[in-house]
Write a new protein. Sequence first.
Length: 127
Amino acid sequence: MAGNGRISFEQMHVEDTFHNDKNVDKKYSGLDVVSIATFKKLKYKALYSPMSPDRLNEVFDEMRKSVHGHVAITNWINRIQGGKEKRCATYTTKHFICSSKGATSQYGSAMTKMKSGGTMKKEMRHW
């Protein structure tokens, strides 16, 4: 309990992994086909595959090597790695999101609700 008699909850913002994934696809100019293919495989693994934190760091290192210092993509890798607790399945699958509508594992359902595609929209149609 917090000092004012209220229960305090730690709020953690989990980002929409799908859009983080798609945003980097616009930055491939200047890379050869093999580098792009390698990066895409590693990107998918980093964002969507649960693994040990050490293995995740190795994947980020492999990603950096695959893009040969490409500035825009290296910046994206640094941003994703810096916020890996908000963006990567290795960490985000450890969290549950609870709301007045119930609990959902991971975060996909919460993102849908926030975009008015879930339960809230159904309730609005009812009224």
